[in-house]
Design a protein around this ligand. Structure first.
Ligand code: MTE
Length: 300
């Protein structure tokens, strides 16, 4: 299990929570002196300042709680995650309503440090806890006709004030092709920094697909459906010209209104550092093979 995936980010890349308060002074000094250039690997040198608990949990996109970056941290407390259930249905051997507690008991929880790249051209480095989506799908038993996996977020107007605004066609939905869903890098996150995942980050379970733009990582999932049709996705429905089904991080394919060639590193303080964006967010070696022969400017 331990070697089903490969990673170049370690705890050295993550800002210790305790260091957060000193972070701005320390990093402003260290990065100014070019500390990053002595780091061994190119990919690491480009990830000089990882992210604190504070960054990860206070600068969010979760439109069910408002469209401002600080809205989810302010309002997501109202989401009730106790007794959470997830429907797994469609082309599976064991369709049904699964209790989150039973899923947690059945899965192997591990920690993975992934770079997270938002389509808005910012990035963070996040220490997730969770399990491989593949293991959950195998528990339900994917049938041979299943070619895609569709995901749906909770739709609870009484607990999610943002649902009162028609900014997206609710509920939030996402999808993956089966080989993407089964890839060992694809995980269901249930924690960050070794703690339960906060509501604003998608409690109790959210998707993380590290080679894709952040909006693919649908939060607070209540339904997973195996299907033979490419599923609709919220951002594609909202604006198909700007957001495709695949949404692979690709520095060569710009968003129609801004470049994807570089990214602003959240938490880099006074210097507001930018770094070049890597193909497939740095996971090219692991995932490029999934898209062999596809024109990635057409399938964006
Ligand atoms: N999931 C739901 N249900 N609603 C959302 O608005 N926003 C997406 C994604 N998942 C979103 C969502 C976007 S645009 C991004 S960039 C990431 O969540 C942000 O994840 P984070 O807040 O944990 O960094």
């Amino acid at each position: 299990m331990a070697h089903r995936w490969k990673n170049d980010l370690t705890w050295d890349d993550v800002t210790p929570e305790a260091a957060y308060l000193n972070r701005r002074q320390i990093m402003a000094g260290a990065m100014g002196l070019g500390l990053a250039s002595v780091l061994p690997k190119a990919a690491k040198a480009e990830t000089p300042e990882p992210n604190s608990w504070e960054d990860i949990t206070s600068y969010n996109n979760f439109y069910e709680f408002g469209t401002g970056k600080s809205d989810p941290a302010k309002y997501a407390g109202s989401l009730i995650t106790e007794g959470w259930e997830v429907v797994i249905d469609g082309m599976v051997d064991k369709p049904g309503t699964y209790k989150m507690d039973d899923i947690m008991a059945a899965m192997t929880i591990e920690e993975r440090i992934y770079r997270f790249r938002c389509v808005e051209a910012w990035s963070m480095v996040i220490p997730w806890n969770g399990f491989e989506l593949k293991d959950l799908l195998e528990m339900a038993g994917v049938q041979a006709e299943g070619k895609y996996v569709a995901f749906e977020t909770a739709n609870r107007p009484d607990q999610m004030p943002g649902l009162a605004y028609p900014v997206l066609d609710w509920p939030y939905v996402e999808g993956l092709r089966m080989d993407e869903a089964m890839h060992p890098l694809t995980m269901m996150a249930t924690g960050i920094y070794g703690r339960d995942i906060p509501n604003q980050n998608g409690a109790p379970m959210r998707l993380v697909v590290p080679w894709k733009y952040g909006f693919k990582s649908i939060k607070s999932i209540v339904r997973i459906t195996v299907t033979d049709q490419e599923p609709p996705t919220s951002w594609n429905k909202a604006n198909g010209r700007e957001y495709g089904f695949y949404s692979n991080v690709n520095p060569q394919v710009d968003h129609p209104r801004w470049s994807q060639a570089s990214e602003r590193v959240i938490g880099s303080g006074l210097f507001a550092k930018r770094q070049p964006t890597l193909m497939f967010n740095g996971y090219e070696e692991e995932v490029a093979g999934l898209y062999e022969g596809m024109d990635l400017s057409k399938f964006y």
